[in-house]
Design a protein around this ligand. Structure first.
Ligand code: SAH
Length: 404
């Protein structure tokens, strides 16, 4: 067993159960990619068992703080079982569920979403990569899902020195698919009672954004309560919030996204859920330019959703990202009818909930629009954070009703 010895004082975050050690904290020791190492303080005190990552800034990711625990296939089976059991206890209004949420589930670098009978998995660290087979076996055993599709094509794998990998990781010939043919990678899930399709091979991330499930449900409810008729869904992806708006009684929704295939799906989702195709417009365009154009044209809306991609991957990008968030929020607030509803989000780890609130407040001042804060929004409970890993908190949002 290889040992990593930390520099004096650098044991503090591990003692608080924070699972990462950065390169600069290590005095001596090393290992192969993903190898299990014993991490100790400068004076030899055991701190954790961890996966070593030779090329990442995050050099060590903790598996266990229990010296008696062995990191083996049974360990991964226990961790996977615990994570799945939590989700099964939560009454989640969908058959699309995040089963494993990385560090929060004690499995750094592993993300697994279940879409009906298919699991879509991302192995994003050397440790997760090294234990891929044991983890895949554990997932099948814990869920009974025979199919696992691997989507290890996120750019963060590059930081770990890992090449992208995609394709079926588990696909038994006997699982209802005849003559060696493969199960289609398209899946239909039912979320809040709506049918939504996705393709685990083609979609963003694992195929869909499950973290917004509850917020889509709230949006439908508020659109109905506030009698919103015209809705603008910015960064719509496959139109989850658009279907929610129509379910809430909106008469017309415009979905804006820069991904053509996502918009095709959004358009299909309208008919799939029994709504009039004429009640939906898909715009393949940049959101910022579209908001400016709408302002010039004098268009207004009863409800607007802003769910942009991550503008600030880390705190170092916070300044530029803040300006970008402020800009779209200022434009959206101006386009909102008095009494209208804005759902605005940031999924940037580098932007705290407090900072995001300040940014939106600044946007309101610039737009000369005040609003009631209906609720603070966050990710669904199947994307948990833990009290020891505040970095895990990424999605934050505000539901605002514009004052008349
Ligand atoms: N609200 C969606 C998820 C949004 S993810 C849901 O509920 O499922 C962010 C989306 O923003 C992606 O679909 C991406 O294609 C889109 N996007 C990124 N940059 C964009 C831009 N400048 N203009 C329009 N869309 C953009």
């Amino acid at each position: 067993m290889k040992t990593i010895t930390l520099r004096e004082g650098k044991e503090r975050s591990l003692l608080r159960r924070h699972p990462w050690v950065f390169q600069g904290s290590i005095a001596k020791g090393g290992g192969d990619a993903g190898e299990t190492v014993r991490v100790q303080s400068h004076d030899g005190q055991f701190l954790c068992w961890a996966a070593f990552s030779p090329s990442s800034q995050i050099r060590v990711r903790a598996w266990s703080f229990d010296e008696a625990e062995r990191i083996d296939a049974a360990f991964f089976a226990r961790r996977v079982q615990t994570a799945v059991a939590l989700r099964r206890r939560l009454a989640i209004a969908s058959n699309g569920v995040r089963l494993i949420h990385g560090e929060a589930d004690g499995l750094p670098g592993l993300v697994v979403d279940q879409y009906d009978d298919v699991l879509s998995a991302q192995f994003l660290s050397t440790g997760a990569e090294r234990w891929k087979n044991a983890i895949a076996d554990a997932l099948v055993a814990a869920t009974g899902c025979p199919f696992i599709y691997e989507r290890s094509d996120a750019s963060v794998r590059g930081l770990e020195g890992l090449a992208p990998v995609t394709g079926w990781l588990r696909h038994p010939d006997t699982a209802g698919v005849a003559d060696g043919a493969k199960r289609p990678t398209e899946v239909t899930i039912e979320e809040n009672g709506w049918k939504l399709t996705l393709d685990v091979a083609e979609g963003h991330k694992t195929g869909y954004y499950l973290d917004q499930r509850d917020n889509r449900g709230l949006f439908a409810k508020w659109v109905r309560e506030l009698s919103c008729q015209t809705v603008l869904n910015c960064y719509s992806y496959t139109g989850g919030f658009s279907v929610a708006a129509l379910a809430g009684g909106a008469s017309h929704v415009t979905s804006v996204d820069s991904s053509g295939p996502a918009l095709v799906r959004a358009t299909n989702h309208v008919a799939l859920n029994g709504f009039d195709p004429a009640a939906h417009t898909a715009l393949d365009a940049d959101v910022n330019g579209t908001l400016r154009q709408f302002l010039q044209d004098g268009r207004t809306f009863d409800a607007i959703v802003l769910d942009p991609p991550k503008f600030a991957p880390s705190a170092a990008h916070a300044d530029r990202a803040s300006r970008a968030y402020k800009d779209i929020n200022r434009l959206a607030l101006k386009l909102l009818n008095p009494g209208g509803l804005l759902l605005t989000f940031s999924c940037s780890g580098g932007i705290s909930a407090d900072l995001f609130h300040k940014i939106v407040a600044g946007a309101g001042l610039d737009a000369q629009v005040d609003g009631y804060l209906l609720r603070r929004l966050e990710a669904t409970s199947d994307h948990p954070t833990t009290i020891t890993f505040p970095e895990g908190e990424y999605l934050k949002g505000l539901a605002i009703v514009r004052k008349a």
